[in-house]
Design a protein around this ligand. Structure first.
Ligand SMILES: Nc1ncnc2c1ncn2[C@@H]1O[C@H](COP(=O)(O)OP(=O)(O)OP(=O)(O)O)[C@@H](O)[C@H]1O
Ligand SMILES: [Mg+2]
Length: 277
C-alpha cells in the first residue's frame, strides 16, 4: 500500500491536508488532473475526462475526505448520484476500498447497501438519479454527480435547492454525452463559479497509444473524439433519436455506426434551458 514509512498519525494528517493522499494510501498516485481537483477544495467543480480516466476514483476520494474531515463538527452528509443505482454503487464501492486501505482496522460491511455511517456523524449515501431519492435528505456538505452527462436535468434541478440551505459543495464529473443537459450547460455556459478540469486519453499514463488506435479504428470518429480525445461534446443531428440509438448500441459496433455524424443541434425537452436553471 502507499505512503510507506508514515505512521498512522502522520497519515491522518497528510490525508486531512491533501485529499490526494487518500488515493496514495491505497497505492494510487493521483494523475495531474486528479491532484488539481482534489487539492482545490472547490465549491463548484467539473471534471470533463475521457473514459476510464479515474473520474469515479477521484470523486470517491473527495467524498471520503469530506466524510472524514467534515466542516460541520457534527459530521457531513455526502450525497452521490449517478444515472443508475449500479453506477452510484460503483463509487460507493471505491469509497469502501479507499477506506479499507486507509483504516484497515475499521470494519466496513461491504455488503451493506448504499450508505456509510462514520463515528464522527458523517454519512455517505449513494443514490440513483431519480427525484424521489433525494426526499428525506437535507443540508448536504457535498453533492457528487458521477457521469453527470447521463443524469436527467430534473435531478439537477431538484438537487440545487438543497445546496442553497447548506451552502454545500457541488462536484460533477463525466465523459461528455452530446451537446445537451446540465453537464454540457455548466461546462460551456456555467460561468466563473466553476473550477473546470479536463483530460484527454493520450495524457493518461494507464492507456496505451495502441489501445487508442484500436478504438479509433472501430468506432465513428465523432464517438472517439467524445470518449477519448479531445473529449468534446458531440454535435449529433436529431439528438433524442441519435442518443437512443447510441444507448442501444453500447454493445454493438454495427448499430453505433447507424448514428449520424455531427450536425446542428436541437434543444431537448426537459433540457437545462427548458427548466430555466
Ligand atoms: N491515479 C491512479 N493511479 C492508478 N490507477 C488509477 C488511478 N486513477 C484511477 N485508476 C484506476 O483506473 C481505473 C479506472 O478508474 P475509474 O473507474 O475511477 O475511471 P472512470 O473515469 O470513472 O471510468 P468510466 O469512464 O468507466 O466511468 C480503475 O481501475 C482505477 O482503480
Ligand atoms: Mg466512472
Amino acid at each position: 500500500m502507499g505512503l510507506p514509512g508514515v505512521n498512522v498519525v502522520e497519515r491522518d494528517l497528510l490525508c486531512r491536508l491533501d485529499p490526494g493522499s487518500i488515493m496514495r494510501a491505497a497505492g494510487l498516485e493521483p494523475d495531474p488532473w486528479q491532484d488539481r481537483i482534489l487539492r482545490s477544495r472547490a465549491h463548484r467543480a467539473i471534471a470533463k475526462v475521457h473514459r476510464q480516466g479515474g473520474k469515479s476514483t477521484t470523486y470517491a476520494a473527495a467524498a471520503l475526505h469530506r466524510a472524514l474531515y467534515p466542516k460541520n463538527p457534527r459530521g457531513a452528509l455526502v450525497l452521490i448520484f449517478a444515472a443508475a443505482q449500479r453506477q452510484s454503487m460503483e463509487v460507493h464501492r471505491k469509497i469502501v476500498e479507499l477506506l479499507a486501505a486507509l483504516r484497515p482496522s475499521v470494519g466496513v460491511d461491504k455488503s451493506s447497501e448504499s450508505r456509510l455511517v462514520f463515528d464522527n456523524g458523517s454519512r455517505i449515501v449513494a443514490l440513483p438519479a431519480t427525484e424521489t431519492t433525494i426526499l428525506g435528505y437535507s443540508a448536504p456538505e457535498l453533492v457528487i454527480i458521477d457521469e453527470a452527462a447521463r443524469v436527467p436535468d430534473i435531478l439537477y434541478a431538484s438537487v440545487r435547492p438543497m445546496l442553497a440551505v447548506s451552502d454545500g459543495d457541488l462536484w460533477l464529473c463525466s465523459t461528455p454525452f452530446g451537446q445537451r443537459g446540465f453537464f454540457h450547460h455548466e461546462w460551456t455556459k456555467g460561468g466563473d463559479a466553476w473550477l473546470r478540469v479536463e483530460q484527454a486519453a493520450p495524457q493518461c499514463r494507464r492507456i496505451t497509444a495502441e489501445f487508442l488506435a484500436e478504438e479509433r479504428s472501430r468506432y465513428p470518429e465523432w464517438w472517439y473524439r467524445q470518449e477519448y480525445d479531445p473529449v468534446e461534446f458531440a454535435d449529433t443531428e436529431g439528438q433524442a433519436i441519435s442518443y437512443e440509438l447510441v444507448m442501444r448500441a453500447m454493445g454493438g459496433v454495427e448499430a453505433l455506426q447507424l448514428v449520424q455524424p455531427p450536425a446542428p443541434t436541437a434543444t431537448l425537452l426537459g433540457g437545462v434551458e427548458a427548466l430555466s436553471l
